[in-house]
Design a protein. Structure first.
Length: 149
């Protein structure tokens, strides 16, 4: 019988922590001044949404995002931070994993015509599903240590 360096739950925790670090890197490398003061990311998303082959994306952008551009910039930037911290530390991990999955799906739909980014979004979504399915918050997590889940 082959023994592993880590147990199966520990490997799932490694995936959870790695995904959290990935989200933290996404937050870290964003130009916060451009996003939060000038709405650069939201402006860019608007230009992508308007040219999107699925016309519903442009309509949803105009109806939901454009009227709340500044708020949406804050939501995106600080969601990435919250998801990263939640997954890395294991705090409200199921909520963080579900939020990350939702954000990756939004990014995926928005960037459907740019396949360069899709590998990252799909991989992060897959790891989020794995974290949720494996209950990766039960190992090496603050939430489990204090009895949240």
């Amino acid at each position: 019988m082959v023994t592993s360096l880590l147990s199966r739950p520990e490997w799932f925790a490694v995936l959870r922590i790695g995904l959290g670090l990935w989200w933290l890197e996404s937050f870290r490398h964003k130009d916060k001044r451009a996003w939060l003061q000038r709405g650069a990311g939201i402006t860019w998303a608007g230009s992508v949404a308007e040219k999107h082959r699925l016309k519903v994306v442009g309509r949803l952008y105009r109806a939901v995002v454009a009227p709340r551009a500044r708020l949406m910039a804050y939501v995106i930037v600080f969601s990435e931070l919250a998801i990263g911290l939640g997954l890395t530390a294991g705090v409200l991990t199921p909520v963080a994993a579900a939020g990350g999955l939702a954000l990756n799906l939004v990014y995926f739909v928005l960037m459907i015509s740019d396949w360069a980014e899709q590998g990252q979004n799909l991989m992060m979504a897959l790891v989020s599903v794995t974290v949720l399915g494996s209950h990766a918050w039960n190992t090496w997590s603050l939430g489990h240590a204090v009895g949240l889940f």
